[in-house]
Design a protein around this ligand. Structure first.
Ligand code: ZN
Length: 129
């Protein structure tokens, strides 16, 4: 293998580095002229598309007004503590406590977990006026 910077044969471990917008395989003594390739994370278009798609899969929704009270009432009817209920539906008890106090609005995935566990609807279609 030949060093792409100095043109000498690479003896030992070749180094992948990032120099002025390009990736190069260089020898040990040239490695200091660039950043290690591992530390450079270029933005790949494919990755961006994937994120966008995931976002689109989440439908628009509004959470019902008194969700915290409703969740707590049903949990208590089931005779479960926040710890036990959190375990049952896969939500951290500390997060569950904040949701019940309506200090945070749960994200879509969390809402779905709650709806499934409680067998109730916590979301509604957005009201368009
Ligand atoms: Zn070199």
């Amino acid at each position: 293998m030949i060093c792409e910077l100095c043109g000498k044969a690479i003896i030992g471990k070749p180094y992948r580095i990032y120099v002025e917008g390009a990736y190069m395989t260089v020898c040990e003594s040239c490695a200091k002229y660039g950043k290690p390739a591992d530390s450079v994370k270029p933005l790949i278009g494919k990755h961006v598309d994937k994120v966008k798609k995931t976002y689109q899969d989440i439908p628009e929704y509004e959470i019902i007004d008194n969700y915290g009270q409703i969740i707590r009432n049903i949990r208590e009817e089931m005779g479960l503590t926040q710890d036990k209920f959190g375990l049952k539906c896969g939500i951290k008890p500390s997060l569950l406590a904040k949701i019940e106090q309506q200090r945070i609005i749960p994200d879509y995935q969390t809402l779905r977990k709650l709806e499934t566990s409680l067998k109730i609807k916590l979301m509604r279609q957005p009201t368009s006026l």
